[in-house]
Write a protein of this length. Sequence first.
Length: 714
Amino acid sequence: MELITNNDDKFFQHLQSRSEQSEQLSQKAIIQSKPLSGYRKAQLPDVIRQSLTRQTWCDIPRDKRELFRYDQQCQFWYYNKGRWEQVGFRQYDSDNKALGFAPFKAVSENNKTVSSGHVVSDATQQAANQFFRAINEFTHPQAIPTVTLLSPDNGQIITLEKSNKTQMRFAEHTVQLGEDAAAIAFKYSGKKEPRQVYGFNSHVSQTTGLTAGTLVRVPNGWNVLIEGSVSNHDSVELKWRGSGSGAKRIDVPALAQDQRHYWDAALSLEPGKYQLTATAGSAVSQIEFTVEAVKELQFGVFFDGTGNNRQVDMQCADDDYEPTNIAKLFELYPQQDALGLGKAYIKGIGTYDDDLACESGEKADYSNLEQAFGLKVNSRIEEAVQYVSTFLDRFAGGYNRIDLVLDIFGFSRGAATARALVNRLHRLKKMPNNAYWSNKQVIIKIRFCGLFDTVGSIGLPGDEDNMSFNLNLGWTSAKAVYHLTAFHEVREYFPLSSIRTNINKLPAPHFEEEVLPGAHSDIGGGYGGEHIERTIYLEKQRITWIGNSDSARSQALDSMNNRLQFWKNEKAAFGGRIELESGIETRARNNTKVMMVYIVWKRHVKKELAYIALEKMYKKAKEKHVPFKSISELGSQNLEYEIPENLRQLHQEVEDGCEKSIELLYRDYIHHSHSPITPDGAWVNANQAETNPVETAENQQREIFYNQPFEANK
């Protein structure tokens, strides 16, 4: 059949032909005036079709128009001077360029009579009734409107998160001068994810498509998706009441009679119980459902290394230490309740005196015993869990469920503690009635685990028995695990707890482990500046002499010259100076004097090598959507982070295998992790602060303990 255009004379030729046929077919002409089919309605001019809404309509043939009165229900249209006008019929009752429509619902279903409000007079009532009886006799029952609500199911609970029951809601944002995609995403969601910023006409990325004044869309919550079907009607009216109320009209395309149209609507609903009613003509469908709120929170946990304390190191600018990479990353993690962001810093094993005032001349009262044996690891884990619990309590009201996204970082024994915390949290996930968040539904997701040179040695230093603490990480431990390790660390009591398995494989594609040049704290940070002279004990020897003369003493010391020259030659390429250091002189029998003499290596080493590992960890975490602020923020807190250009170039040459660059890097930047001997009175089996060199491992090879992924999460 030929389609008819709105403003074409063919349309009127079609109407005239149809009118002539209706006059010839007498009674059959009346039958043709049954309710408008979707196809017939689609042929009508736009202005008429838009007016015929909310109910079923019938064509009124030209010879029947005199029966009906013009009002808001019965409509008459006349084509005049190139456009359609709604008019009173009698003015144009003899013109072929006119159309008339009566509402089907004007007819009583019981006696097939027309409401008197729609007919011209009592005299025309009988004829109008006859007309509508003819229509009803030839109308299939399915022509009556139907409406059905298909989703959600009656009584269903809908959670406001990504699912087939919800649809993402977007906010429109006008880009300001200097804004990038990450900053815009963070403003609305607390996540610095450039992928969440969408353009209207072009792709938007972190670096392109964001000129000032550009309009972009940003995810800003979830709408509830309502789905249903309708037939024999051109619209659906939705009304809801409960925790909120509202209405929405859905226009559906014109379809053939009895053909079902499936529709959907995205409603912005606050959490609570709702009753939803869908109406199409006389058809009604109703359901009840519940909307539950989900709050996504992000929380960062930062475990510092043995002997490292952020507050002390930041207060005491002129001591032997500076804040570690863990302390610096903690400063970059945002804390903002409005965006569901929080963080916790856990000071290193063996540290106290958070409120130490450097001006007093005191030194931090750190515990060698705790540092040596890794005591109080359990209290550090408990402290972290309590921080998380307290943070969750701040969001206890108004949310049926909380999705907690955790980012966990650690250095040295702090890295071991971080790994133990990951396993503790996975155990708590299996205990919904635990003491920390039993009063709310909490879904824990560990997004990122960032580790600097993990050293376990919890209990007896140097062994793999970490008491009851599980340091193993498996496929489901975290969405991403990143571990930076120290190539030049060879202390006996600093074995590496790798994330690799005993066949030197990573347990999953989202695990990464990089070996970097440097000693332990060249990776985790904490060394003070070049002004600090580092002393490494290379050799010791007991000398004796008889008498009290200085010449006898000097002659005894001369016996060390050959060894002194040996070490000077051995370390010539690495700078510093080699000299003798005398111990305490004691008296033996027969006027014999005894003294311990040490050959020591004193160096001034730059501290910036640790900034390489800091930058690597920062970039990897940002890649995995950890919401760090710009690293330049450290400068505003007088925390150093910038890598000197010559060091960056030197480090790249080392990665490329240049031997000369390795020597230069060692001379200027790599700290000597170990002492071949330990001076008298020092802790022989202590891990002490991460920056203190102690005894070397056998054959100067660092021991490695491997990861057992199948023991993780236990």
